[in-house]
Design a protein around this ligand. Structure first.
Ligand code: PLP
Length: 367
């Protein structure tokens, strides 16, 4: 028998969340379309699995890796595919053109590569403007050169203007999005061509909180997988359904006396006679090692908490008040009944990181 851990992936929930994202976008912009953001192996859920689940509903798929984009085409995906960081070298352009990929252009070097493509390649381009995130994107100072390049270059087939919000989720300083919208507007003001180009601005947080940013194409990521982009609003309250449920079982039970300790470093010290459940899940499965004792966990359908440090293949939890639980009892680490956001928050991270860290050794079962 294999080790009793598995990740259940609920593809109906993924579809539900995608359709919800698009519904939010089309409330304000009836013609808005939604890229399903499937970078990082669909946030750990499996690229081809996610693409198969969304293949007949998604307007397009957005990711980073050229090989993954080609894999989507080879799997029969016919919708537009957007490369969120564009291309990295000249040779990529032929592959992009052959597979009808849409490319982000975020720097002048990429525009110059486009010009050098032989034979001239007509690629749909997402022109990424840096409106304040200061990660990728063309700056206001570079725009005159961009405009000259676009006016004389034969290559872009269609241009969409894009930017990315740094604080649409509302924490970290509360500056929100207006300052970025103002910079974006200033960068495109008086540029006649740009006025007619479609726009793509919104990530999950903006889709949910700032419907006025939906425009032509939205880019939902985390909400597709049932994670809330907000620290102060839970996923269920947003109508999102969990897609990944990480499940395991109790391997062993220890009854320990007051003063006994649990796990490496003995960081948990029993204050009462304690029944300790040992769960087949550790950091080598993708459970965060920095999740402290007290992190919520579900055993036999009831909520309890972890005890002591997470080890590589196991973690401990408190069964003292769960007399019905014992060896073989089912455990939910996150997902159905326990939001990944809650576990992530206890561990000082975000659900994005938990999902992406799911280890290859964990078997996946599609439900
Ligand atoms: C990852 C990413 C998204 C999706 O962000 P979420 O917060 O997961 O919705 C959107 N746009 C770009 C450019 C991204 O890199």
């Amino acid at each position: 028998m294999p080790r009793p851990i598995e990740a259940r992936i609920d593809l109906a929930a993924l579809r539900h969340n995608y359709l919800l994202a698009r519904q939010h976008a089309t409330r304000r912009s009836p013609a808005a379309k939604a890229w399903a953001v499937v970078k990082a192996n669909a946030y750990g859920h499996g690229l081809l699995r996610a693409a198969a689940a969304l293949g007949d509903v998604a307007d397009g798929f957005a990711l980073l890796d050229l090989d993954e984009a080609v894999a989507l085409r080879e799997a029969g995906i016919r919708q537009p595919i957007l490369l969120l960081e564009g291309f990295f070298e000249l040779a990529d352009l032929a592959v992009c053109a052959d597979h009808r990929l849409t490319v982000v252009v975020h720097c002048l070097e990429q525009l110059q590569l486009l010009r050098r493509a032989l034979p001239p390649r007509c690629l749909p381009v997402y022109l990424k403007l840096n409106s304040g995130m200061n990660r990728l994107g063309l700056t206001a100072g570079q725009l005159p050169a961009v405009r000259r390049e676009l006016a004389t270059s034969p290559t872009p087939a269609a241009v969409t203007l894009m930017t990315h919000f740094a604080e649409a989720d509302g924490d970290a300083g509360e500056r929100s999005i207006n300052w970025q919208l103002e910079r974006f507007a200033a960068m495109t003001a008086g540029w006649a061509d740009a006025a007619g180009w479609p726009r793509s601005l919104a990530n999950s947080a903006a889709i949910l909180r700032y419907p006025e940013t939906a425009h032509d194409w939205v880019r939902p990521g985390i909400m597709l997988y049932g994670g809330s982009p907000f620290a102060d609003q839970d996923a269920a309250g947003l109508g999102l359904q969990p897609v990944m449920t990480l499940c395991s079982r109790i391997l062993a039970v220890q009854e320990i006396a007051v003063g006994e300790r649990v796990g490496y470093g003995g960081t948990f010290v029993a204050q009462r006679p304690t029944r300790v459940g040992v769960v087949a899940c550790g950091y080598a499965d993708g459970y965060p090692r920095h999740a402290p004792g007290g992190t919520p966990i579900i055993v036999a359908g009831r909520r309890t908490q972890t005890l002591g440090r997470v080890s590589m293949d196991m973690l401990a939890c408190d069964l003292t008040d769960l007399p019905e639980a014992g060896v073989d009892s089912p455990v939910v680490l996150w997902g159905d009944g326990l939001a990944a956001d809650e576990v992530a928050s206890a561990a000082g991270t975000i659900s994005y990181e938990l999902f992406c860290a799911l280890a290859r050794r964990v078997p996946v079962r599609v439900v």
